[in-house]
Design a protein around this ligand. Structure first.
Ligand code: GDP
Length: 193
């Protein structure tokens, strides 16, 4: 998709604040600092629409970006940030869980992981959660530019094994730096709209 028009519609914490357009939604989830904002910005062709986090784990709202009047990207606050309190984490969990499990417009979760390292326990928990609730997911393994191309396959294999990924789930090697994976990511998202 060629993106010209993006509008940040709302930061929501409760269902009554979600948009009512009925457009398909794609939630973006990932560990703090994994490269989620950079992924969003690359996909929508902006330098800094989705704020690149200076304080990891700071955004605690669901941010709805309307794209080309056709779909929403829903930026979910990063998980696994060690410095938030237990009560903050619980509030986070409830808000996300309510959205992910109860939102009819949600077509898939785009889960961002770091291709360089095996998925963490938090990454696994998120993936297992999606599987448990039968929520379609697309795995984006980003920061691919940081490792040599010859190692991508080996790292992909580690990602698949560590998450115990289902065969049909897409795994896309991505780089927000170079734009690698951009076309493929859009193709898969559009196929699920
Ligand atoms: P977020 O907390 O998940 O939203 O992560 P950010 O998008 O803010 O990225 C965290 C850091 O990783 C920033 O310094 C980015 O510039 C860097 N980064 C993100 N994606 C990539 C990538 O694909 N390649 C490289 N080399 N750096 C990246």
């Amino acid at each position: 998709m060629k993106v010209h028009n993006v509008e940040m519609v709302i930061s929501a914490v409760r269902p009554d604040q979600y948009p009512e357009d009925g457009l398909p939604e794609f939630a973006l989830a990932g560990r703090s600092n994994v490269g989620k904002s950079s992924f969003i910005n690359r996909m929508i062709g902006r330098k800094a629409l989705a704020r690149i986090s200076s304080k990891p784990g700071k955004t605690q709202t669901l941010n709805f970006y309307k794209i080309e009047e056709q779909l929403f990207f829903v930026d979910v606050p990063g998980y696994g940030y060690a410095k938030v309190s237990k009560s903050e984490r619980e509030a986070w969990g409830k808000m996300i869980e309510r959205y992910l499990t109860g939102r009819h417009e949600l077509k898939a979760v785009v889960q961002i992981i770091d291709l360089r390292h095996p998925p963490t326990a938090d990454d696994r928990m998120m993936y297992d959660f999606l599987k448990h609730y039968n929520i379609p997911c697309i795995i984006i393994a980003t920061k691919a530019d940081k490792i040599p191309k010859g190692k991508w396959d080996k790292h992909k294999k580690i990602v698949k094994e560590t998450l115990d990924m289902e065969k049909g789930d897409p795994l896309i090697v991505f780089s927000s730096e170079t734009g690698l994976g951009f076309e493929e990511a859009w193709r898969i998202i559009e196929s699920k709209m």
